[in-house]
Design a protein around this ligand. Sequence first.
Ligand code: NI
Length: 210
Amino acid sequence: MTVMAAEASVWRRRLAASATLAAVTLIAAAIVYAFAPVGRDFASVASVRIGGPFALTTQTGTKLSDADLKGKPFAVFFGFTHCPEVCPTTLWETSEALKALGPDAEKLKVLFISIDPERDDPEALALYLQSFDPRIVGLTGSEEEIAEVAKAYRAYWRKVPTGDGDYTIDHTASIYLMDAAGEYTGTINYDEQADVRIAKLRKLIAGAVS
Ligand code: NI
């Protein structure tokens, strides 16, 4: 074997090794993606902090920050007004749950944070939220503010072109339940039944009463 051939064979082995590594990494990534926390309960993911500070604009144009919510538990849902199914279903089901809670619903805040600030300005949110419980607070902000809050909540979202120059958005379908101290306590998942949903909200409200 000449020096050149030996070198070539070393490089071939290195290439093969890095190709194997790349394949293993891809498979690992695929497994992680398959079990991604979309619509799952995050409580099992220990030591991952969910939630954090934000200052966003409501559908009436006022500012709302996490500090304003101190002392009151809240439920957060990320979505967008052009959503074909998950958002309207979740907002409708949440409206029904608030109705079922009766006066206790006042002890809770429900936030709908738009991950589509490009289209969802306060006016668009206000118009959209007319179809749901008026206590649901719509929130929007700059692209950066929204990206930051979504990241803090470990919310997944991805713009998907629809081919006609338009786009839709894939996003986490769970509602995050945060206690009066702003700490994450669990989720309401998309496929959960109404009684489970209401029970979780009752528990969240009960936890706030000291
Ligand atoms: Ni949606």
